[in-house]
Design a protein around this ligand. Structure first.
Ligand code: GLV
Length: 326
């Protein structure tokens, strides 16, 4: 029997390629630039599987162009790039990569938090510029992290990993999520529940860890920023569109908040010029970018694909209601 044809929109890592080749005939897009849309739609035409990056929009257009498609394996935990109901309607399985990037993403959210609080972006630019004249008592003074209050919005795996790290900084941890965590979980993470507005009024650092969906899109608007302390920072390693960026620029300009650390943007890779300010630390969506973790993400996407084609249940199915033919 010929192996099922799969398109990978990236060349992936060796470990993932080895798993895929076991059960699939894989065509890789190996160029450094993203696969152009028309190229993608053309190449996916005869494929039964797609291993795709989060930059690939999988909706009606792609599904129509790929009549043989049976599985889309996203190399990401977030899956707002995939129209899951549209996949389900066509019997296409969709999978993601949960669990492997929580600690790495939390590490990076802390990197941004600390860089923003301690003005590392400005300090680095000065150190490299050749214009650093002397040590000065009031030079690049930022704000302390230790002993402050961390407000975690979205208390899933990554949010909890944030809470665990906050202990070492002797911080008070408050959190908000659609569902309050059980008491023993709150105890384990030394985290207190707050209504969102109460959290915003109390936190010195507000860090976002919710998925992007219709309930969270644009959630952080002017009204939310107005609730925050003028000394507070916003950290976003979740998804750009949970924040209204124009409102964020205004909040930063008008001193409603003190600064921000951003890894994600409303229209990536475009970054609103108003965000390129001294009190904002900017990163190009790299929260999960350690070699260990990105390799694991690719491996999981490969494992989901191979399990599916071996007639097993893909371990990280987003639409378990899709019935797989035997
Ligand atoms: C990265 O942003 C991911 O969702 O895995």
């Amino acid at each position: 029997m010929p192996k099922p044809k799969v398109l990978a929109t990236h060349e992936l890592f060796d470990a993932a390629r080895q798993i895929l080749q076991e059960a699939c005939d894989v065509e890789y897009w190996a160029k450094p630039e993203l696969i152009p849309r028309d190229e993608l739609l053309q190449r996916v035409r005869d494929k039964e599987g797609l291993v795709s990056l989060l930059t690939v929009r999988v909706g009606e257009e792609l599904l129509r162009a790929a009549p043989k498609l049976r599985i889309v394996a996203n190399v990401a935990v977030g899956f707002d790039n995939i129209d899951v109901p549209a996949c389900t309607a066509r019997g296409v399985v969709a999978t993601n990569t949960p669990g492997v990037l929580d600690e790495t993403t939390a590490d990076f959210a802390w990197t941004l938090l600390m860089a923003a609080a301690r003005r590392l972006g400005e300090g680095e630019a000065l150190a490299r510029s050749g214009n650093w004249k002397n040590w000065d008592l009031a030079q690049l003074v930022g704000t302390d992290v230790h002993g402050k209050t961390l407000g975690i919005v979205g208390f899933g795996r990554i949010g909890k990993a944030m809470a665990r790290r906050a202990r070492g900084f002797n911080m008070k941890v408050i959190y908000n999520s659609p569902k309050r965590a059980p008491e023993e979980v709150e105890k384990e993470f030394a985290a207190e529940y707050r209504e969102l507005n109460a959290l915003l009024a109390e936190a010195d650092f507000v860090t976002l860890h919710m998925p992007l969906n219709e309930g969270t899109r644009g959630l952080f608007d002017m009204a939310k920023f107005s609730r925050m302390k003028p000394t507070a920072f916003l950290i976003n390693t979740a998804r750009g569109p949970v924040v209204d960026e124009a409102a964020l620029v205004y909040a930063l300009e008008s001193g409603k908040i003190a600064g921000a650390g951003l890894d994600v943007y409303e229209n990536e890779p475009f970054i609103l010029p108003g965000l390129k300010r001294a009190n904002v630390v900017l990163a190009p969506h790299m929260g999960s970018a350690s070699l260990e973790t990105r390799t694991k993400m690719a491996v999981i996407a490969a494992e989901n694909t191979v399990a599916f084609f071996k007639g097993q249940k893909a371990p990280n199915m987003l639409n378990p209601d899709v019935v797989q033919p035997k």
